[in-house]
Each structure stands twice: as C-alpha cells, then as structure tokens.
Design a protein around this ligand. Structure first.
Ligand SMILES: Cc1ncc(COP(=O)(O)O)c(C=O)c1O
Length: 413
C-alpha cells in the first residue's frame, strides 16, 4: 500500500482504477504482503523445528490458500468443508489438522477417510471416536486453564471457555486412550485471538507442555494462533522475534527432557492474512444530527463485522483524498441496523478523516482476516468481489454475488 498524488495505491495500482474495473465494494489483497508475512514469521524460528498451520477460518479464499500452500504452509481447519477446500487447494492430508468444536461424527468420519490429522477437544468425542476407531492415532486439544484476547468473545481458554479438555482432566484422556488403544500423537491448545503480549502465550505454552509431558507417544505440540496485529496507528506490534526465540528455547528444553525431537506447531490466522486485505467502498450519503456527521458507504457489517461484534478498530483512509481538511465523522454502512457503524472503536464512534464527499472511496485497512470470511447476506445484499493485486496487475479471485446466487437455493415453485 502506498500513497501517491494524495490517493491510495495497492501494489502500484490506484484504488480508483481497481474500483473502476471491478466495481464497489471490493475486498483487495496484496500478494506481496501475504507472502512477506509468512516468510517473516517462519524466518524467526530455526529451520525444521516449526510447522505453520494457517488457520483458514481467517480467510478461506482459494487463491490465498494456494499462495500459502506455495509458501510451505500447512492448514488448521475447523469444518468438513474447510478440509475439503484445503485438499482441493493443494494441501496434502498430512498437512491438515482438523480441530472442530462441537462437531458431529460425520465430520470426523470424513477426516478419517481423508487421512487428515484429527484433534479432539472433548472427552465425550474422544470416547465416541475411540469406540469407532480403536487402535488409531489422534491428538487432543486441551484447555490450559487460562485465556487471552482482544475481546471477551475471543478468549478460548480458561474456565469460561467451551473449548478443549480442561487441563485437570488429563487422567481421563489417558484412561480413554488405554481403553481404546489410541495413540495420542499431539497436544494442542489455543487460548484466544488478538494477543499482544508474550506473557499469556508463554504461560499457556508452559501449561500445555506440563500436560504434554504426560503423553509418551507425541509427535508434536501445537500452541495454536492468536498472535495480534497492530490495527491502530499507535499500537505496537507483538514482538514476534522475541516471542519466537523464547518459544524455541523453551521447546528445545522440553524436547531434551522428553527424550526426543518433536515438531512445534502454531496456527496463525490474523498474523498471516490480516495486513494483506483492504475493503474498498464508495461514499453514498452524508447526513447530520445535532451530535454526529454520518458518512454512509455502500458496504456494512454484512461485509465487515469486526467493528460491530467486537468494537474492533480498523484504520480508514479516504482513498480519493488521503490528506486534507479533517473533520469528525461517523462512517456507517447500508444495513438497516443502528449498530452498523464501521468507524467504531469500543464505545467511540467518531473518526477524524479528510472530509469525504459523495463518490469518494473509503478504504478499511487490515481486513484480510475475519473480513470476508465473516461476511453474510444480511438485508439480502450480496457479498462483494475479491481481487488479488500483484506487481501492478489485478485479478478477480472471487466474483461478487448476484441476485441469482442469493436465490438459487429456494425451491422452484
Ligand atoms: C483453533 C484455532 N487456531 C488458530 C486460530 C487463529 O487465530 P488467529 O487468527 O488469532 O491467529 C483460531 C481462531 O480462532 C482457532 O480457533
């Protein structure tokens, strides 16, 4: 992303040109950013120690999956269809770990058939699985008893969380493994998303390793994702160099005590794809109350849900006039809900931006993760197209939905 002539450019193409070609609104991804996020992360760990399983729930566009596959990523999948798409995008079954939650047995059976790694997060599921597939190999997701994240809804560890087998129930895992002759080849935890401090990550690692040492047949320990990216201009990034060194040191120490080499897995989503994505929109309306100046765009929480459900901040740029006379505005979408506010940051909804006018293009930054993948057809509005840009060229990687796409599953009368 760069600014030239007071307008926004993505990989040397102006946002305006992209929108003239493909319409509005649009999700646009910069390929070089995507590749460099992956390369930067992997380069922080010694060769051969770490396997990165991209958490495809962050963004499941097939072109993005193929790029990450080329880069050498593996996959963290959460549903049968995610597994299917990963397989169809070039990932080998052994590169995919399936960590469903409250998934049904059919999904597990599909993964068994496909020879995908299965990671079970409850004693009940382990019992059901063991009953059907005694003598096989699985890993277990544990709840290490602590969680962290940028919002309460994003914390996936600790006593309030539905995820994983609580760390004090490990004896029951060992009993079930014995009862059904299961080999437990991995221990997994994921404590939340949007974490900016190394401490909770390292604490969870400690708890996970304390559980892992009870299993004699491990091939890997998986520490999940959750690595935060700076959404605000004044926010410092999680120091990944420091964290990767500390994780490497601790893991090597663990392997020494364990008695053999294991694979360390992590499952980043946001860290890999978040910074690569931008949502481009067009200003369609401006209105005022005694309190606020509202700037309406042709998108909304149907396309970018994070501000509405988490109060999450996304930088907004007036791509048609990046700097100029600024004013406080509230950027709102075209969804019939008063919560449809895209400039939200917690309770604050005003944002200071160069005065937009109708027809200006507003860009929402760092939306590559949990942007399109959390979108919906609410208000019977289609999802936007997705575009990939690379070295001055753009390409459509998913068409915008049409009226026919929205109606095709109704029975014909
Ligand atoms: C099991 C698991 N792994 C990894 C992730 C990725 O998290 P993030 O995108 O914050 O890295 C998630 C996200 O919720 C998850 O549930």
């Amino acid at each position: 992303m760069k600014i030239s002539d007071n307008t926004l450019y993505l990989e040397d193409i102006s946002a305006e040109l992209i929108m003239q070609e493909y319409g509005s609104p649009l999700y646009v991804y910069e390929e070089s950013v995507l590749r460099s996020c992956f390369r930067q992360l992997i380069s922080g760990f010694p060769e051969g120690l770490l396997r990165i399983h991209y958490s495809m729930k962050a963004n499941s566009n097939q072109s993005i999956l193929k790029i990450l596959c080329e880069e050498g990523s593996s996959i963290d999948a959460v549903s049968e269809y995610e597994v299917r798409l990963a397989l169809e995008s070039g990932f080998e079954p052994g590169q995919i770990i399936f960590t469903g939650n409250n998934n049904n047995l059919e999904e597990i059976e599909y993964c068994v058939e496909q020879k995908v790694l299965i990671n079970l997060g409850s004693l009940a599921l382990l019992e059901l699985y063991g009953n059907r597939h005694s003598g096989t190999t699985v890993s277990v997701r544990i709840n290490p008893g602590l969680g962290a994240g940028h919002h309460a809804h994003c914390i996936t560890g600790g006593p309030d969380s539905k995820f994983g087998i609580y760390h004090d129930q490990i004896d029951s895992v060992l009993e079930l493994a014995k009862k059904y002759s299961l080999t437990i080849n991995g221990v997994h935890s994921h404590i939340g998303t949007g974490i900016f401090e190394a401490e909770p990550m390292l604490e969870a690692m400690e708890m996970t390793l304390a559980v892992a040492e009870k299993f004699p047949d491990l091939e890997f320990v998986d520490f999940g994702g959750g690595f935060g990216i700076p959404y605000r201009p004044d926010q410092s990034a999680l120091d990944m160099n420091d964290l990767s060194q500390k994780m490497t040191h601790r893991f090597r120490e663990f392997m020494k005590n364990y008695g053999r080499d294991l694979e360390m897995k992590i499952e980043p989503g946001k860290l890999l794809v978040g910074p690569a994505g931008i949502l481009l929109t067009t200003v369609t309306n401006i209105s005022e109350t005694p309190k606020y100046r509202f700037v309406g765009v042709d998108s909304g929480f149907n396309h970018l849900l994070r501000p509405t459900i988490y109060g999450a901040y996304h930088r907004i740029i007036n791509a048609s006039c990046v700097s100029g006379n600024e004013e406080d505005i509230v950027v709102v979408g075209n969804i019939c809900e008063s919560g449809d506010i895209l400039s939200r940051s917690g309770e604050e909804i005003n944002r200071r931006l160069p005065s937009p006018k109708i027809g200006d293009r507003l860009a929402f930054l760092d939306v590559g993760a949990y942007g399109m993948s959390m979108s919906s057809q609410y208000n019977f509005r289609p999802r936007p197209a997705e575009i990939l840009v690379k070295e001055g060229r753009s390409r459509l990687i998913r068409s915008a939905e049409s009226y026919e796409d929205l109606t095709r599953n109704f029975p014909s009368i």
